[in-house]
Design a protein around this ligand. Structure first.
Ligand code: FAD
Length: 247
């Protein structure tokens, strides 16, 4: 794990409250950093406060990193982070962090991979899927991306393109409050329900979940009730939020 100063290459608006931030890590040498697909970084503000963000780009893309950051008006920290990134040229980072990652070379060929992302949880999933596609993995890949409002699916064209271009990739966007999005004609409901409607078994299945603890534990409870064992579900949440009722 290393602390370093990175260039801020660009900050773009993806929706009304989600930003794509591109960073360029310093050249090779003592500051070079390797990370795995699915890991995150800590971003430091000059006053010492820090916030965690998943790395949205795959390690195969080298030193150019991408982050997807939601600016929430009621989160002073997220506003301070976006304000800093929009008005400065460099930022202090610590990376790589997190135990929820995958490596294409270590995959069993028969394993089916299911990715469940809520909101900006798509960032972590994007890194993992782009890594798998860059390494021409042929495993069956199912991606579920859920949000309350269809407008929060801020990068819909990208997973749709993965599914169009790769026969082994299937993409299911899910909107939980369709009354907020009258034009939405896709799946509705919550992520665990959508996943269970589609999967009739969990044999040879590994699930990677990215989002709030509430979403991840709801998914774990639902899948366990249908025969999955806990070790088949992977998430950063397990490291920072204990399972409710299990200490
Ligand atoms: C490991 C990790 C990765 C994160 N990745 C991102 C990201 O890619 N983009 C982003 O906008 N925010 C992400 N967050 C949340 C972000 O760090 C905070 O929202 C931000 O620091 C504002 O801080 P806060 O104190 O107001 O919120 P906090 O009170 O720190 O809120 C953190 C909340 O973020 C939720 N969270 C955890 N993982 C994610 C995630 N991948 N995406 C969204 N929320 C998440 C947690 O459930 C928690 O409720 C991540 C948080 C963690 C712990």
């Amino acid at each position: 794990m290393k602390k370093l100063n990175s260039d801020i290459t660009s900050v773009e608006v993806l929706t009304s409250d989600v930003y794509r931030v591109r960073l360029h890590l310093p050249a090779a040498g003592t500051e070079a950093v390797n990370f795995h697909a699915g890991q995150y970084l800590d971003l430091f503000l000059p006053d010492g406060r820090k916030a965690s963000f998943s790395i949205a780009s795959a390690p195969d893309q080298g030193r150019d990193l991408e982050l997807h950051i939601r600016r929430m008006p009621d989160s002073e920290m997220s506003c301070a982070v976006m304000d800093y990134l929009q008005h400065n040229k460099t930022v202090e980072l610590e990376l790589p962090k997190g135990n929820c990652w995958l490596d294409a070379s270590g995959l069993a060929p028969e394993s089916r991979l299911v990715f469940a992302a809520a909101s900006t949880g798509f960032s972590q999933i994007k890194s993992m899927v782009e890594h798998l596609l860059a390494n021409q993995v042929m495993n069956h890949i199912r991606i579920y991306w859920g949000a309350r409002d269809a407008r929060d699916l801020y990068h819909l064209a990208l997973p749709e393109q993965w599914a169009r271009e790769h026969a082994n990739v299937h993409f299911v966007p899910v909107v939980s409050e369709p009354e907020l999005s009258p034009d939405w004609i896709g799946r509705t409901g919550v992520l665990p329900q959508a996943i269970l409607e589609d999967l009739d078994h969990f044999e040879d299945t590994q699930i990677y979940a990215s989002g709030s603890p509430a979403m991840v534990y709801a998914l774990l409870d639902a899948c366990e009730a249908h025969g999955m064992v806990e070790s088949q579900l992977h998430s950063d949440v397990f490291a920072y939020a204990p399972r409710p009722g299990k200490g």
